[in-house]
Each structure stands twice: as structure tokens, then as C-alpha cells.
Ligand binder design. Structure first.
Ligand SMILES: C[S@@+](CC[C@H](N)C(=O)[O-])C[C@H]1O[C@@H](n2cnc3c(N)ncnc32)[C@H](O)[C@@H]1O
Length: 303
């Protein structure tokens, strides 16, 4: 008799996608240990600093974190913090610790570091959700739309409040159809909102091919990579009902960050081959889309 299969192919694929958050957090932990930026919380999720990362990787993460944070802070300023933040596919990202009032969506179940670091004023509801006054973590598959919607309602998300949606290297793991539905639903449901999406771009060259092959070797499929061919692909937000959208590759974002701080981090480690950093930055982008029924001036947000 054939033995019973405990894990399906899709379980294995989901586990591989889930594990990508470890890579991101390990790299962020290393870069912060070198002083690229300050993150008081990452040490609680990744205990060990781990092995050395190349300077271009650290600078790439610096650009990613600084770029995202600049847009997040601009949104908080425009809304005077009278808003909600939903971090989609947050993994172990520490943004919610910095902001304090955030709804975090992760692919269930909750990971051990997340459960271990929840504070005493929070309530672990089951292995899928954690609730507190300041933040809640919802285990939900972004591809399973009805459940996601139901869970967000249960946690009393208020569609009328200005809402910031974050997705950092997340949509690319969903098929274009699945991520389009998500982006559409957000636009339809939240009249005053901003969606910040950080992901791969210019993936139709050898660098992109190698990235795809490396991930495939780990059973991890970039199912949405078709939307990562050029910055123009991010116009998908317009067809999904957003009023305006901007997209910049990370090379451009890096050059628009406060240059004094960039000069500081560039002194931290010697970078021998500048082309490696350029190549890396040219393959990621930040895109931000807005809808602004309350006329808060969200469309003015930028670098
Ligand atoms: C590369 S990690 C990025 C984590 C985090 N956003 C960061 O930047 O540190 C990708 C994350 O997307 C999440 N993810 C991918 N597909 C998802 C889905 N269908 N539902 C929920 N989360 C998903 C994974 O669980 C993983 O945590």
C-alpha cells in the first residue's frame, strides 16, 4: 500500500515562500549590526547576527528600509497618524513594532519568534491570530480572499479611515490574477488609502533569470514575475481602480535618499565593485498608489 502523503506539493511550496522572510530578516539583522540603520526590535526575531553579508547586500537593504520608511512616515504625517496600517505578508518585519498600531497579515501558522515576542497585553487567539490594543497579527493567506476579508472585518478594520497597505517582496509570490484581485479589492474597499509595494523589476535579463533559478532550487516559485518586467507593469494599480501611481527603481530611490546619511553608510564598509550594487538596485523598485477621497494630499507623497 502506498504510504500516506503527509505534505502536498503546495504545502512544500508555501513553506518555501514562508521561509523567504527568514532571509530578509537575517539580512536586516546583519545590516543593523553594522550600523546601516537602527532597529531595536529585529534582534528579538533573529537572535544571532549570523554570517557576514556582502556590502552591496547591506546597502541594498538600507535603500529598501529607508525608502519604505520615508513613504510610510510621509503617509503618517499627511494623516496626522489618524489612520490604520496593514502590513501584507509581513513575515518577521519589525515595522509594526516601530509604528505600534498595525494589522499584520502573515501566511499561517504564526512562527515561533512571533509567538515568543508577543507582549503580556496581547492575546494569542489561536495559532493563526494574535490581538492586542496596539497591533494584531492575522494569519491569513492573501490568495484566499473571502477568509482574508472576513478576518479583517472581525478585527474591526475601518474602511473609512485612511489606510496604508504595505507589501514588501510579497505580491511576486502570488499569480498575477491573485495579486490583481487583492489590489483591486483594496482600491474598492478603502476610499482613502495608499499602497506601497516593493518588489523585483527588470526581471527579463540574466540577473532576473539567475534569481528565479536560485529560488526555484529552493522550491520557491515567483508566480507573479510576469508583472516584474518593467516599471510600466506597476500601472496595474491604475487598472485596479487606484487614482495615481508612481514607481521608481531602487537605483533612483537610492540617489534620492538623504545624501548625508548615504555618505555615512557608504563609509561603513568598502565596496569594491560598485556595478554589483547598481545591478542589484536596478532589479528592485518601490511603487506607491493612492486614492484620496478625504483630500489629504496623499498624491503629493514622494521622494
Ligand atoms: C521575502 S518575505 C518578505 C517578508 C517581509 N515583508 C519583509 O520584507 O521582511 C515574503 C513574505 O511574503 C509572505 N507571503 C507570500 N505569499 C503570501 C500569501 N499568499 N499570504 C500571506 N503571506 C504571503 C511570506 O509568508 C513571507 O513572509
Amino acid at each position: 500500500m502506498a504510504s500516506k502523503q503527509l505534505f502536498t506539493d503546495s504545502d512544500i511550496a508555501d513553506e518555501a515562500v514562508r521561509a523567504t522572510c527568514d532571509d530578509a530578516s537575517i539580512c536586516k539583522r546583519f545590516a543593523t549590526s553594522k550600523g546601516y540603520w537602527t532597529d531595536l526590535y529585529v534582534q528579538y526575531f533573529v537572535r544571532q547576527v549570523g554570517e557576514r553579508k556582502a556590502p552591496e547586500i547591506n546597502r541594498g537593504y538600507y535603500g529598501r528600509v529607508k525608502g519604505m520608511n520615508l513613504l510610510i512616515d510621509a503617509f503618517l504625517k499627511k494623516t496626522q497618524c489618524d489612520c490604520q496600517v496593514v502590513n501584507l505578508g509581513a513575515g518577521l518585519d519589525t515595522t509594526f513594532w516601530r509604528l505600534k498600531t498595525v494589522i499584520v497579515i502573515i501566511l499561517p501558522p504564526l512562527s515561533k519568534p512571533l509567538i515568543e515576542t508577543h507582549s503580556t497585553d496581547s492575546l494569542l487567539l489561536d495559532c493563526h491570530s494574535l490581538d492586542s490594543d496596539r497591533y494584531c497579527i492575522i494569519g491569513a493567506d492573501l490568495r484566499d480572499f473571502p477568509t482574508l476579508e472576513e478576518k479583517l472585518k472581525k478585527f474591526q478594520i475601518n474602511p473609512e479611515l485612511p489606510t496604508l497597505f504595505l507589501s514588501e517582496c510579497v505580491l511576486v509570490y502570488m499569480t498575477t490574477e491573485q495579486s490583481s484581485k487583492l489590489v483591486h479589492w483594496v482600491a474598492d474597499t478603502f476610499p482613502t488609502a495608499m499602497f506601497i509595494n516593493y518588489e523585483q523589476v527588470n526581471m527579463n535579463d540574466r540577473f532576473g533569470e539567475i534569481m528565479i533559478e536560485n529560488l526555484q532550487r529552493r522550491q520557491c516559485n515567483l508566480a507573479g514575475v510576469d508583472l516584474c518586467q518593467s516599471l510600466d507593469s506597476q500601472e496595474r494599480f491604475l487598472s485596479a481602480g487606484w487614482k495615481s501611481v508612481n514607481a521608481l527603481d531602487m537605483m533612483t530611490v537610492y540617489s534620492m535618499l538623504p545624501q548625508e546619511d548615504v555618505a555615512r553608510i557608504e563609509r561603513l564598509e568598502f565596496l569594491d565593485e560598485k556595478e554589483l550594487l547598481q545591478q542589484l538596485l536596478q532589479h528592485y523598485c518601490i511603487c506607491w498608489a493612492v486614492k484620496d477621497k478625504l483630500n489629504l494630499g496623499l498624491s503629493q507623497i514622494g521622494f
